[in-house]
Design a protein around this ligand. Structure first.
Ligand code: GLN
Length: 190
């Protein structure tokens, strides 16, 4: 079976590990660039994107992940989606700039810090509970980006080739469908 890494600098790591293992993948934690060797895919978890970027720089992972992503599938969730975006509202430059999307951070307002919403995710699940925690949404997406789910008219899950991203926390629901989808994607890119 394929081996998938979870960026383990900060944020929601262990639940992703469990969900990927339950989806049939082998899993490794990624804490520095050497940890990327031998991986077929990578998950960028939720947390806080600015802090995660700082830690990626500190541990030599920023360029290493960018290089990894030139060949391999990457799945960004919440802060991970922000790290993957080519444009971030209110910020001068992007982070990894992998996905042709324009994102807004903390987009659902402070009064609703976190909430759950029933989603239909194209090709994944028609009844999926999305757990949103200070979540971003995608304001606009390029024509090569496939929209997989929307909530209140905003894009909350999308895919561009080997890149998958969602604004919510898939590791915090019992439904393994989205992790399975990513494991399938990784297998397809082997
Ligand atoms: N608000 C966080 C950020 O801007 C993302 C929140 C999350 O990952 N749950 O990075």
């Amino acid at each position: 079976s394929v081996r998938i890494g979870v960026l383990a600098l900060q944020g929601a790591v262990s639940e992703h590990v469990r969900a990927l293992e339950n989806s049939g993948a082998q899993v490794s934690l990624v804490k520095d660039a050497r940890d990327l060797a031998g991986l077929s895919g990578l998950v960028l978890p939720g947390g806080e994107s600015t802090m995660m970027r700082k830690l990626m720089d500190r541990y030599g992972l920023f360029e290493a992940v960018q290089q990894f992503a030139e060949q391999k599938p990457v799945f960004g969730t919440c802060a991970g989606l922000i790290l993957m975006a080519k444009q971030i509202e209110g910020r001068k430059g992007p982070h990894l700039a992998l996905l042709d999307i324009d994102v807004k951070r903390n987009a659902f307002g402070r009064q609703v810090d976190s909430f759950e919403a029933e989603l239909s995710i194209k090709g994944v699940s028609e009844a999926y509970t999305g757990v949103f925690i200070r979540a971003p949404y995608v304001k606009s997406a390029g024509k090569n980006v496939e929209v997989l789910a929307t909530f209140e008219g905003h894009i909350v899950a999308c895919r561009q080739g080997r890149y998958l991203a969602c604004a919510f926390h898939p590791e915090l629901t019992d439904n393994p469908a989205l992790h399975r989808y990513f494991v399938d994607l990784v297998n397809a890119y082997q």
